[in-house]
Design a protein around this ligand. Sequence first.
Ligand SMILES: N[C@@H](CCC(=O)N[C@@H](CS)C(=O)NCC(=O)O)C(=O)O
Length: 205
Amino acid sequence: MPERLACLFYSAGSPYARICRMAVLEAGLADRVSEVETTLRDPAAAVLPFSPAGRVPALVLQDGTTLTETTLVLGWLDRMGGALRLLPTEPAALAAYGRVLGLLDGIAVWNRELRRPETERSPGVLALEADRAERLGDALERDVAAGGYARLDAGWLALAATLGYCMRRHAAWQWQPGRPALGAWFAQAERRDAFQVTMPPSNPL
Ligand SMILES: N[C@@H](CCC(=O)N[C@@H](CS)C(=O)NCC(=O)O)C(=O)O
């Protein structure tokens, strides 16, 4: 463990880990949470000795406890007393965060399917996830047009990470056409330093 209070395992391409990485920066906790990059789906992954799930984000606390799952990590960051309240308590803001996680989980399944050789891809899964993304994209367009996702919290971070993922690593979903409010929202989100310094590498998929 580095000399900080907690250590966040991440991979540069992971939108889930990016939510937590942006949260650390936006909450002003970067001097207390160090970052360690790990490979994924790799028996030699640096995160494996700390978490048998081998997924990111994983937050290793000073006593060796490892927290996995983005929402639990955000909850812990809140307990570290940063400048920002990340996990909302109001139902509408919680629902907004959950809506984006629903989109991101679907995109992750869709993207995993696309990583298979073409002959092994399930057309049913691809169609289901494309439909889900379109539905959620339309709902988010309405939400944002009505003033949603204005506060910098878990929902905001998840939306920025998800749309950012689609821009650079999941171009299979063209979320922008017909969604001007979401496009304008993303344009302001991507100007933030925390978004810029956590930019994932682009992927041809
Ligand atoms: N439900 C988890 C999802 C995390 C997740 O799936 N992370 C991916 C990277 S985007 C991962 O670590 N994948 C590696 C694997 O599946 O082995 C969360 O909310 O944090």
